[in-house]
Design a protein around this ligand. Structure first.
Ligand code: PTJ
Length: 248
């Protein structure tokens, strides 16, 4: 693999690509996960690769929803595990949520490898016999009856749209973390956090640690996702305008 020089202007981003590519060869990340990351990177460019004020509010709201839920579950796929396994134990501890592995490109080998990686980083992962409880025609229908099956709220970072819709149809609240405010997932979630997942997860964890019970209850009521989507789109459009104005 190519050695990435530390003085490269895109060093941090290239290291993330390197991590994901290695995770793909190790069969943790699906090959399609690299394409998903590329799409995310493109939207992150439009945000200036930083957390907007609106996303920071969404992260506090996500924390409030997690703290107010009765049976919250964090659903982890290959990309999320490869990017933030080291951040998920803290989120689990601060939010009290259970963690379940749920994959689109599901194989038993990937399920086991992702579970092992999460456990290495101190995450307690739900295990058991999955059942086809989510009304979908592919393997994302499979989930644990005592996990996502009975959850009232599911956090689904980097999701592919149809499961989000199906979970909503089952009456569950869904929080997604997705850099693309145009995605079906972002538009059908109860709350979309339009931010990069490794920035969003620690921000949600920090908010879980500082919100009082009372604040969490108030913030979690009447969440209007359209506002967050609109603000993200306006932030992206505004930045494009600024960059265009600054061209010589
Ligand atoms: O591990 P598996 O088998 O469950 O597969 C996972 C992938 C990601 C391949 C699967 O869920 C998929 O195909 O997802 P999509 O439909 O490509 O959607 C992923 C969404 O996440 C896209 O809207 C991206 O913009 C967004 N995204 C990608 N990378 C990041 C991101 N959002 C936040 N942070 C990122 N690093």
């Amino acid at each position: 693999m190519t050695e990435i020089p530390k003085d490269h202007p895109r060093y941090a981003a290239l290291m993330v690509r390197d991590r994901l590519t290695k995770a793909m060869w190790a069969k943790l990340v699906a090959p399609e996960g690299l394409i998903a990351q590329g799409r995310g990177e493109a939207f992150d460019y439009l945000l200036g690769e930083q957390t907007t004020a609106s996303a920071a509010r969404a992260e506090r709201t996500a924390a409030a929803m997690l703290l107010s839920a009765e049976r919250p579950v964090i659903s982890v796929n290959g990309n999320t595990a490869a990017l933030c396994a080291h951040q998920l134990a803290a989120l689990q501890e601060a939010s009290g949520a259970a963690v379940e592995v749920n994959l689109f490109h599901r194989t038993e080998e990937r399920m086991e490898k992702i579970t092992a990686l999460l456990e290495e980083h101190g995450v307690t992962v739900l295990t058991g016999t999955s059942e086809r409880l989510i009304p979908l025609s592919h393997d994302r229908a499979l989930c644990l009856p005592d996990g996502i099956g009975r959850a009232d709220l599911v956090l689904v970072p980097l999701e592919d749209g149809d499961r989000c819709e199906a979970l909503r149809r089952m009456g569950k609240s869904v929080i997604t973390i997705d850099l693309n405010p145009l995605s079906r997932t972002a538009r059908t979630a109860t709350l979309a956090v339009i931010d990069e997942v490794t920035r969003a997860v620690p921000a949600i964890t920090a908010a879980c640690r500082t919100l009082s019970e009372e604040e969490a209850r108030t913030l979690a009521v009447g969440v209007d996702n359209r506002i967050f989507l609109e603000e993200a789109l306006r932030a992206m459009a505004g930045r494009l305008g600024e960059v265009a104005d600054a061209l010589e």
